[in-house]
Design a protein around this ligand. Structure first.
Ligand SMILES: [Fe+2]
Ligand SMILES: [Fe+2]
Length: 436
């Protein structure tokens, strides 16, 4: 294919004129942003570790795809003012309902068996049906989005198969709980989400839609993020506000310190929960804020995986240990501006000022001489510089004050936070329950 730069089927008339194309892309954009925000609202209450990590990755990918639609839509003789509008009240209702998923199964089934498969099908259809020369910039975005969605759905399918198998196994051995029984069939929640999507005329809005518009279900009540974050009670240790390392730490101080560092990285999942609460809770910020926070969440999930990978590579069991949830829990009642200032200015900018991240890297490289952990810390340091910059970029806007005010407020929140953690650590050392 030398002609047309390799573009196939160049003579065919395409399905979309400019205006119609922009209208459909606007729906795609809205769906990815809705999925991002609903996932952020869901994260603190989700149980399964692997699901949590995948949700963080998929939030980041949804944000990046949405961002590409935000760049493409105004190229189609469309005012960028539409980017802050909701294209379809039924799609808005779908997202209002989606954030009310009540279990890992409900969330995963609705997202990976209903909404994302429909998106993938729409993208494949769009890519084939649009005029291949005129719409090549759209096709390029679709191709990347399809790769992400295919990988997400492959993951979702495997996750749901395991979730249903373990529910069925529980069902067979123990007394059948209602939850395990419900897991056998497609849960009504995913069916309800599918019905909302159908009532919206599908992803692209091209199917005939009934004039009797759907009503609210669970979204009659406003969704509130949980007051305490959740970890899988079947697979993981209890949540705690203390640092608990591994079960049998070695006697030598450097070995103990190294394992503690691995656990502290692994427990950064609690930072994901906190940033997710900020992303969900803070309304009406510029799009760049939500995109930055989606990346922030994924970075903290990668840091948690740094710890997980280092611990597992060295043969240390971590999942049954108590799981530190302080970043979220202790800050749960604070407003998003304070939550984000506590993390990005108090903790993350603070770690730059104290050279804490640089020292962690050098210690793992030179004292512990642990190449994998040193590499993790090298990148952890790089990421945290980005996060401190995000803090300086957004917290003045969030708080309506200049940085000196934000820094002073963050210091007060740090004192409150570490007083609580200190109490929990002392209780843990005395062998008492480590959560307030
Ligand atoms: Fe981190
Ligand atoms: Fe960070």
């Amino acid at each position: 294919m030398l002609k047309f730069s390799g573009i196939a089927n160049p003579y065919a008339l395409g399905k979309y004129g400019v205006e119609q194309n922009a209208r459909v892309l606007q729906r795609y954009r809205f769906l990815h942003e809705g999925l991002l925000k609903a996932a952020a609202g869901q994260l603190p209450g989700r149980e399964d570790w692997d699901l949590r990590v995948a949700m963080c990755r998929h939030m980041y990918e949804d944000a990046e795809i949405a961002n590409q639609w935000r760049e493409r839509i105004p190229e189609l003789r469309t005012s960028s003012a539409v980017l802050s509008k909701e294209p379809d009240p039924v799609l808005s209702l779908l997202m209002d309902e989606l954030v009310h998923a009540g279990s890992d199964l409900e969330w995963a089934s609705a997202v990976y068996e209903v909404v994302k498969p429909a998106l993938l099908a729409a993208y494949r259809e769009h890519m084939a049906a649009t005029q291949q020369i005129v719409d090549q910039p759209t096709i390029r975005v679709l191709r990347g989005a399809i790769l992400d969605l295919e990988a997400q759905l492959e993951w979702g399918e495997a996750f749901l198969a395991e979730l249903r198998a373990s529910a069925a196994a529980q069902d067979a051995t123990a007394d059948a709980t209602a939850e395990a029984a419900a897991a056998q069939d497609a849960p009504p929640f995913a069916d309800a989400i599918a019905a909302f999507l159908a009532a919206a005329g599908g992803v692209a809005g091209e199917l005939s839609r009934p004039t009797d518009l759907p009503r609210r279900g669970r979204s009659r009540t406003t969704y509130a993020v949980p007051g305490r974050s959740v970890r899988d009670p079947r697979k993981m240790g209890e949540t705690t506000w203390a640092r608990t390392s591994v079960a049998n730490p070695p006697d030598d101080p450097a070995g103990r310190e190294l394992l503690m560092k691995m656990r502290v990285r692994q427990e950064e999942m609690t930072a994901c929960d906190l940033v997710a609460a900020v992303l969900y809770g803070q309304k009406n910020m510029p799009w760049a804020f939500y995109r930055d926070l989606a990346r922030h969440i994924w970075d903290e999930a990668r840091h948690a995986m740094f710890g997980q990978a280092a611990l597992e590579a060295d043969g240390h069991e971590w999942m049954s240990r108590p799981q530190y949830t302080s970043d979220y829990d202790i800050n749960a009642d604070k407003i998003p501006a304070v939550q984000y200032a506590w993390l990005s200015i108090g903790i993350e900018e603070g770690a730059m000022i104290s050279l804490g991240k640089k020292k962690e890297y050098e210690w793992c490289r030179d004292e512990a001489k642990h190449p994998l952990m040193a590499q993790f810390q090298d990148y952890d340091w790089a990421d945290e510089i980005v996060h401190a910059n995000l803090g300086r970029k957004w917290t003045p806007d969030l708080m309506g004050e200049e940085l000196p005010f934000v820094r002073e407020a963050a210091q007060k929140e740090l004192r409150h936070f570490f007083a609580e953690v200190d109490k929990a650590n002392k209780a843990f050392a005395r062998g008492e329950a480590s959560k307030a």
